[in-house]
Write a protein that binds this ligand. Structure first.
Ligand code: C2O
Ligand code: CU
Length: 496
């Protein structure tokens, strides 16, 4: 599983004096000098490559990736370090890199035309920011992401705690899927209207760290910190670890009160992450399948946990599992300014008529907020019915690159954003530049008030999030099903 490359660490002074050489693509691994310079340096080169996605005897597949590897090189730093990442664009089109979940300054956020000019082919842009939060993050382009991410441009960004929880092994599974032809070529129907209107580009081949996995070797008694990252365009995962009892210790990089999973499934929408403690409690020599059960009737075996014949220890260790907190500002709910956001669209005609007729849709959930949100926005609804857009936030389908904010959040104030999913589809909703607490679902307080940067909303669900808007700038707010994002489900929040 861990056959990725070690990132190249270059010394700042050296890099400066050899810029020409480096931009020609040479990579010069040096001894770590991070303590001396205070800055960790990395280079990423986005370009075409080939990867063995489908198992042999299939051939490899043409992909777009970073540094020729899939996923891209892992960027692994310590909390509090400053990082500088030079991104070279060797693609045939413009790109950017977004550091998903990292609370970076606005100019480093990687959103084309909003926070920076896109990186033209052949050019390099250097990002620099402090790793304020420890946790599991990832990076990906924000330019035509439905195709660039879908072709393989993504990588993990791990920020280590000074005081991590004790485990035997720290592993990361980057989950993704692909739509491949019978000969393992990439189907290039990116951004087709059907995917945009329905649940996005859900692929036919699921990979862990860029390969169709077979077994993941483990030992009885072993304690693993497993970091899951969903890098898929559209697929939602619901992982069942069989007889094992994963304990969730962080969501979207942010520590959470350790807890068992609901219904035994670890559910991750696109862009979401979960860190869990996995104690290997089955028998030596045995095998336990990890099954993805998210889509009913489409369950499949993701990978087998394959136990070695000799145990590491007889019983699971009793080491503490609580992560140290990150420096997040706590929203003051009593003082918070409230905002309403309603998502509409998808299968337009039928849905709008259904909503106007007062039906709550096939889920049968009683979510009065959905109707309120709809009816409070008749004008928006009329726009929706007459525009060619597919997905809408507060009645607007965003097109191309947007810069006008849909909402202004007073800086350093607490805000509650009440979000209503008035559609029949799931949407993982992401806000840039901040983490927020998920405080309620359908009017009920959440048990863990988890910090997230991407929250998965079920059809018809109403979710309230709370945050202190402490990071000034214009921030993207969008569905992370990348086809929905491309088809209008995005907006800009201005923090000022
Ligand atoms: Cu992971 Cu706006 O993106
Ligand atoms: Cu969506």
């Amino acid at each position: 599983m861990s056959d990725f490359r070690v990132p190249t660490l270059t010394r700042r002074a050296f890099l400066a004096s050899t810029a020409a050489l480096l931009s020609a693509g040479a990579m010069l691994p040096l001894q770590s000098n991070a303590r001396a310079t205070g800055i960790r340096e990395f280079r990423l080169r986005a370009g075409p490559g080939r990867a063995q996605i489908a198992p042999e005897p299939h051939g490899d597949t043409a992909v777009w990736c970073y540094d020729g590897s899939l996923p891209g090189p892992e960027i692994r730093i310590r909390q509090g370090e400053r990082v500088r990442i030079a991104v070279e664009n060797a693609l045939g089109e413009e790109t950017t890199v977004h550091w998903h979940g990292v609370r970076v300054p606005n100019a480093m956020d990687g959103v084309p035309d909003l926070t920076q000019a896109p990186i033209a082919p052949g050019e390099t842009f250097t990002y620099e920011f402090d790793a304020v939060d420890a946790g599991t993050f990832w990076y990906h382009p924000h330019q035509r992401s439905f195709e660039q991410v879908g072709r393989g441009l993504y990588g993990r960004l791990i920020v280590e705690e000074a005081d991590a929880v004790r485990v035997d092994r720290d592993e990361t599974w980057v989950l993704s899927d692909w739509r491949l032809t019978k000969t393992a070529e990439m189907q290039d129907d990116f951004g087709n209207r059907h995917d945009m209107m329905h649940n996005g580009r859900v692929g036919n081949t699921v990979t862990v760290n860029g390969r169709v996995p077979d077994v993941f070797p483990v030992r009885k008694g072993e304690r693993i910190r497993l970091r899951l990252i969903n890098a898929a365009n559209a697929r939602i995962f619901g992982l069942d670890f069989g007889s094992h009892e994963p304990v969730i210790i962080a969501l979207d990089g942010q520590p959470v009160e350790p807890h068992a999973t609901e219904d035994g499934l670890v559910v991750l929408g696109p862009a979401m992450r979960a860190d869990m403690i996995l104690d290997m409690t089955a028998n030596a020599g045995g095998r336990v399948s990890v099954i993805d059960r998210f889509y009913e009737g489409l369950e499949y075996r993701l990978v087998d946990l394959a136990y070695d014949d000799t145990p590491l220890r007889e019983k699971a260790p009793d080491w503490p599992v609580v992560l140290p907190p990150n420096p997040l500002p706590e929203p003051d709910l009593a003082m918070a300014i409230r905002h309403e956001v309603t998502f509409n669209g998808g299968m337009m005609g039928a849905m709008v008529m259904q909503e106007m007729g007062g039906s709550m849709g096939e889920t049968g959930q009683d979510t009065p907020g959905a109707m309120g949100g709809m009816m409070g926005n008749m004008e928006g609804m009329m726009n929706m019915m007459h525009s060619g857009g597919i997905w809408f936030i507060n009645g607007v389908a965003a097109e191309g690159h947007i810069t006008d904010p849909m909402l202004t959040l007073a800086r350093d104030k607490s805000h509650v954003i009440a979000m209503t999913n008035a559609t029949a589809w799931h949407h993982p909703i992401h806000l840039h530049g901040h983490s927020f607490r998920v405080i309620s679902r359908n009017g009920r307080p959440t048990p863990h008030r988890e910090w997230q940067d991407t929250v998965l909303m079920s059809p018809r669900e109403r979710v309230e999030i709370a945050l202190v808007a402490d990071n000034p700038g214009d921030w993207m707010f969008h569905c992370h099903i990348l086809e929905h994002h491309a088809a209008g489900m995005m907006g800009v929040f201005r923090v000022a």
